[in-house]
Design a protein around this ligand. Structure first.
Ligand code: ZN
Length: 439
């Protein structure tokens, strides 16, 4: 049953997504909420001074964030309880020299980031958000910008020029057919001058001071509830802001725990995680190691802590769609609002093994939350998550889990209101559990 509290949590997720139109905004939003709950920022370039039960966070590259609450027990005797998720979503990003003229229109050139369903970006009220680097007196500064109103469009071709679209599917050539329509030409300004002026107005600087940007194409339509009981939600970026939000709220609500509780939120999962701030990089091990040393744990003690640690890699899962029964493994059909999904793959595309699976099931039981088990069709390539790479990097047993979605990587995905609350409850239980012997 959807209680007011459950609906409120789902609304909180939609609000979080609405204020997070890019990974940089998502991290800024997390930072704001962490600060409101007394977390303080640590800089990687400075010495760290932390106290027992301290609440802190670290940001790398503006789009990855690791937050933690130090535990009551010595780290070597309790270890880390880590929830990992990713801040990025597949989509379109602006090229460095994006503005250009095409016949009578100004357009913006884009690259495809990760693996979006490109057709879903067409005919939507798109806009731009992200980070701009600006020359200032002292140095280079970066600032977040967001165009609130619909600014650009990937207009479709009329069916009269694409007669077989309903039989063959909607396809875009990535180089020629994805540039976004921005404006009709005006003689006074070149496309570059016009676009730099728009960006400079948002950034509060002169056009000539703009050096570079990371600009993401986002959907201005807000998230919504749907269904007769309003039991579903639809929004962009449910993969994977559902997990970021649940992990963040679980950590914010953790007052004290025997264990050191960690929320690790990484950029670049959708493109393989290989970057200075991705899950395959050094960020997670650098932070955990420095946490250990900052509370006087030596190297053997740190390794001991890792051996007592556990990670929940939270990422969206595939819900069964009754219109496409043949796309799914018939014995592992996942219901929306049927509870968090445990993802299993013998080839370790998911990091779950029978021990971590069993441990997550026990957490669900303690939290009074249903769970489901997913395996991909054997004749289809399986996706992956940050789970296998962080497990490999840290040596920590890991369960890959997440909320089920329809239309993963569409600009408008759907999920279940109950699942979001269930994931939060099991993550809270995970952070609160007594320190256990290593499994
Ligand atoms: Zn994902």
């Amino acid at each position: 049953m959807i209680t007011p509290e459950i609906a409120k949590h789902a609304q909180g997720l939609l609000d979080f997504i609405d204020t997070s139109p890019s990974p940089w905004h998502a991290v800024a939003m997390m930072e704001k909420q962490l600060q409101e709950k007394g977390f303080t920022r640590l800089e990687e370039s400075q010495a760290w001074h932390v106290q027992p039960l301290g609440r802190h966070y670290v940001i790398r590259g503006g789009s990855s964030l690791i937050a933690f609450v130090l535990g009551r027990k010595p780290l070597a005797e309790s270890g880390f309880r880590i929830v990992g998720a990713h801040t990025d979503s597949p989509g379109l990003r602006l090229k460095p020299r994006a503005p250009h003229q095409a016949d009578t229109m100004m357009r913006l050139a884009v690259e495809v980031y990760g693996g979006p369903i490109l057709a879903t970006f067409s005919d939507r009220d798109l806009s731009l958000a992200g980070r701009v680097c600006v020359r200032s007196d002292a140095a280079v500064e970066s600032c977040l910008i967001r165009f609130e109103q619909p600014l650009v469009r990937l207009a479709n071709l009329a069916i009269h020029m694409n007669r077989s679209v309903n039989e063959d599917g909607l396809k875009f050539n990535r180089q020629n057919e994805l540039p976004l329509l921005l404006s009709g030409l005006c003689d006074a300004e070149s496309p570059e001058q016009k676009f730099l002026r728009l960006v400079a107005d948002k950034a509060g600087c002169r056009p000539s001071d703009i050096l570079s940007w990371d600009l993401n194409v986002y959907d201005t339509q807000k998230g919504s509830f749907w269904g007769p009981e309003l039991e579903f939600i639809a929004d962009s970026q449910l993969d994977n802001l559902t997990s970021c939000y649940a992990g963040l709220v679980a950590l914010l609500e953790t007052e004290t725990s025997e264990n050191t509780c960690v929320g690790a939120f990484f950029d670049h999962e959708e493109i393989g995680s290989e970057s200075n701030r991705g899950a395959m990089g050094s960020f997670i091990s650098d932070v955990l190691e420095r946490v250990a040393y900052a509370i006087d744990t030596d190297t053997p003690g740190y390794k001991q802590a890792l051996a007592r640690s556990f990670m929940i890699s939270a990422d969206a899962a595939h819900a069964y769609h009754p219109n496409f029964p043949n796309a799914y493994e018939p014995l592992h059909r996942i219901a929306i609002n049927g509870g968090p999904v445990i993802k299993v793959n013998a080839n370790q595309r998911y990091a779950t093994d029978s021990m971590s699976e069993a441990r997550f099931i026990e957490l669900c039981r303690q939290a009074n939350v249903p769970y489901q088990k997913y395996a991909h069709r054997t004749d289809l390539a399986c996706g992956s998550t940050i789970g296998p790479m962080t497990a490999a990097r840290l040596g920590i047993p890991t369960a890959d889990v997440g909320c089920p979605l329809w239309a993963m990587h569409s600009i408008r995905e759907s999920a279940g209101v109950l699942d979001q609350a269930s994931l939060l409850n099991v993550l809270k239980k995970f952070f609160a559990e007594p320190a256990v012997q290593s499994m």
